[in-house]
Write a protein that binds this ligand. Structure first.
Ligand code: FAD
Length: 465
C-alpha cells in the first residue's frame, strides 16, 4: 500500500492574525511549536532555561542533591537520561513528519560536524540530540530562542493577554523581565518531577532510595543489592545496565505474577518479583510474593508528575492525580483558549510527530485560520471524555495515557489542519515494534522483522532529503 505524504517539505500559510507568542521550552515540543507558529506568520519568542536546544535529550552527568527528587528546595536537573540510553522507538517512526530522522549524512548535513554519527536504527541519545540540533539549525530556530532564561510566572492580564515574567539564570544580572504576549504555548516537558512508590516502613529502612531521574551510570552500584520498582522502559533498561556491576538486582512490578520470584532468563543475578510490600529497620525489603531480601538501594522507576510551577490561572487549570485539566483535546483549556495551550501532554505516544501536529493545530487556531468549538462545546467534550474514562474503569492518572489512542488522535489533528492522515507505515511500524519488544525484550533494538516498513519509510523520505 503506498503511503501518503502528510506534509509538503516547506508548507507555509498566509497569516490571518499574526500574534506575539511565547513558547516555554526548547525541547522537541518547543522547537516544533516555534517552527509551526512561525510558518503561520506569528512572532515567536522561545524561553529556554538551559543553554541549548533539545530538552530531555541534553544529557548531563549531574544529579540532584535529593536522589529521590522530592525536595522542593533542590536545584532541579532537567534531563532524566542515562548514559547508555538508546531510543525505544525505531528512528524512522520517531522523527518529525517532514524531517526524516535518518543519518546526518543522508540528510545532507551542511558541515555541522559530528561525522557519521550513530547509524543504528535505535540510536543512542547523542544521535537524537544531534537530530534536534540539526532541526533547529535547518529551520533557523536558534535565533528565536532566549537561552538561560527561565520563565517564573505566566499570568493572564485583564485584557486577555498574558504576562510572562522571566529571569536570566546564567550570564546576566539575574534580573527579572516582564513582557506581555498575545498567547503562551507551554512545552516544558513532563519527565523531570519524580513520582515515587509508597512503601510501608521505608522511613525506618536504613538503605538509600533514589528515582530513575537521577540514574546516570551503573558503576556506583558495584556489589550492591538493588531493588528496581516499575515496569517502564527505564526500569527495563536500568535493571540490565546495573546487573553487570550489582551483586543482585530485584525488579518489583505490579505486572509480575504473585508466585515465587523467578530469575530473568539470560541473567545470573536478576530476579522478577511482584510489588514491594514493606521495608524494615533491619535492611530487609519484603515483596508481595513472600520473599525477602537485604537491600542496599531502592530505585523508583515509577514515572513523573506534570508540573507547571510558573502557571497562574486562578484555579482554571489544575493538576489533579496527574490529570492536567480541563484541556480540550489535551491542548487547550476551554476557558483560556486559544491563548493558552500545551504541547506534549499525552504519553505512550510517538512524541515528535504528535508534537508537530499539535503545534500546527495551535498555530492555525491562533491565526484564526482554524476554528475551535465554543467554550461550552469544548467543556462538554472534556466532560464526555472523563465520563468515558470512568465507565471504562481508567484511573484519573491515566487521563493522558494514549495507549491505543494516539493514531486516531493524530489523524484527527491532521484533518483539522487540512493534512492527510499519518503515514500507514508509521502506524504499522509502531505496532511491529511493540510486538517485537514483547517477543525479544533483550534484543528488540538489534533484531526485527519489519524491514519492508523500513523500505517503505525510506521511499517516503526521498522527497524530504
Ligand atoms: P523536554 O524535552 O523535557 O523539553 C522541555 C524544555 O523546557 C527543556 O529544555 C527545559 O529546560 C525547558 N523548561 C522547563 N521549564 C522551563 C521554564 N520554566 N522556563 C524556561 N524553560 C523551561 N521519546 C522518543 O521519541 N523516543 C525515545 O526513545 C524516548 N526515550 C525516552 C527516554 C527517557 C528516559 C525519557 C525521560 C524520555 C524519552 N522519550 C523518548 C520522551 C521524550 O521526553 C520526548 O521525546 C521529548 O524529548 C519531550 O520533549 P518536550 O519538548 O516535551 O520536553
Amino acid at each position: 500500500m503506498p503511503s501518503s505524504s502528510p506534509l509538503a517539505p516547506s508548507a507555509s500559510f498566509p497569516p490571518v492574525i499574526p500574534r506575539r507568542v511565547a513558547v516555554i521550552g526548547a525541547g522537541a515540543g518547543g522547537l516544533a511549536a516555534a517552527r509551526e507558529l512561525r510558518r503561520e506568520g506569528h512572532r515567536v519568542v522561545v524561553f529556554e532555561r538551559g543553554g541549548s536546544v533539545g530538552g530531555t535529550w541534553v544529557y548531563t552527568s549531574a544529579v540532584e542533591s535529593d536522589p529521590l527528587g522530592l525536595d522542593p528546595a533542590r536545584k532541579v536537573v532537567h534531563s532524566s537520561l542515562y548514559d547508555s540510553l538508546r531510543t525505544n522507538l525505531p528512528r524512522e517512526s520517531m522523527g518529525f513528519l517532514d524531517y526524516p530522522f535518518v543519518s546526518r549524512h543522508r540528510r545532507g548535513d551542511g558541515g555541522g560536524g559530528g561525522g557519521e554519527g550513530d547509524p543504528r536504527r535505535f540510536p543512542g541519545r547523542r544521535e537524537v540530540l544531534r537530530y534536534l540540533e540539526d532541526f533547529a539549525r535547518d529551520f533557523d530556530l536558534y535565533r528565536l530562542v532566549r537561552f538561560w532564561t527561565e520563565v517564573g510566572q505566566v499570568e493572564r492580564e485583564d485584557d486577555g493577554r498574558w504576562a510572562v515574567r522571566s529571569r536570566r539564570v546564567s550570564g546576566g544580572d539575574g534580573g527579572e523581565e516582564s513582557e506581555v504576549y498575545d498567547a503562551v504555548v507551554i512545552c516544558n516537558g513532563h519527565f523531570t518531577e519524580p513520582r515515587v512508590a509508597e512503601i510501608p516502613g521505608v522511613d525506618a529502612w536504613p538503605g538509600k532510595q533514589m528515582h530513575s531521574h537521577n540514574y546516570r551510570v551503573p558503576e556506583p552500584f558495584i556489589d550492591q543489592v538493588v531493588v528496581i520498582i516499575g515496569s517502564s522502559a527505564s526500569a527495563h533498561d536500568i535493571s540490565r545496565d546495573i546487573s553487570s556491576f550489582a551483586k543482585e538486582v530485584h525488579i518489583a512490578s505490579r505486572s509480575a505474577s504473585d508466585g515465587t520470584p523467578t530469575k530473568l532468563p539470560g541473567y545470573g543475578n536478576v530476579w522478577l518479583h511482584s510489588m514491594v510490600e514493606s521495608a524494615h529497620e533491619d535492611g530487609h525489603v519484603v515483596f508481595q510474593d513472600g520473599s525477602s531480601v537485604h537491600v542496599d538501594v531502592i530505585m523508583h522507576c515509577t514515572g513523573y508528575r506534570y508540573h507547571f510551577p510558573f502557571l497562574e490561572t486562578n484555579g482554571i487549570v489544575n493538576v489533579d492525580d496527574n490529570r492536567v485539566g480541563p484541556l480540550y483535546k489535551h491542548i487547550f483549556p476551554p476557558e483560556l483558549a486559544p491563548c493558552l495551550s500545551f504541547i506534549g501532554i499525552p504519553w505512550k505516544v510517538i512524541p515528535f510527530p504528535m508534537f508537530e501536529l499539535q503545534s500546527k493545530w495551535v498555530a492555525g487556531v491562533l491565526s484564526g485560520r482554524i476554528a475551535l468549538p465554543t467554550q461550552e462545546e469544548m467543556m462538554e467534550d472534556v466532560k464526555a471524555f472523563y465520563l468515558q474514562m470512568e465507565v471504562a474503569g481508567w484511573p484519573k492518572r491515566y487521563t493522558h495515557n494514549f495507549s491505543g489512542l494516539q493514531f486516531e488522535y493524530n489523524d484527527w489533528l491532521a484533518h483539522e489542519c487540512g493534512y492527510p492522515p499519518m503515514e500507514g507505515w508509521r502506524k504499522q511500524m509502531y505496532a511491529a515494534t511493540t510486538a517485537n519488544k514483547i517477543a525479544l525484550p533483550e534484543s528488540y533494538r538489534d533484531e526485527w522483522n519489519d524491514d519492508h516498513l523500513v523500505a517503505e519509510a525510506d521511499r517516503d523520505f526521498q522527497k524530504f532529503l
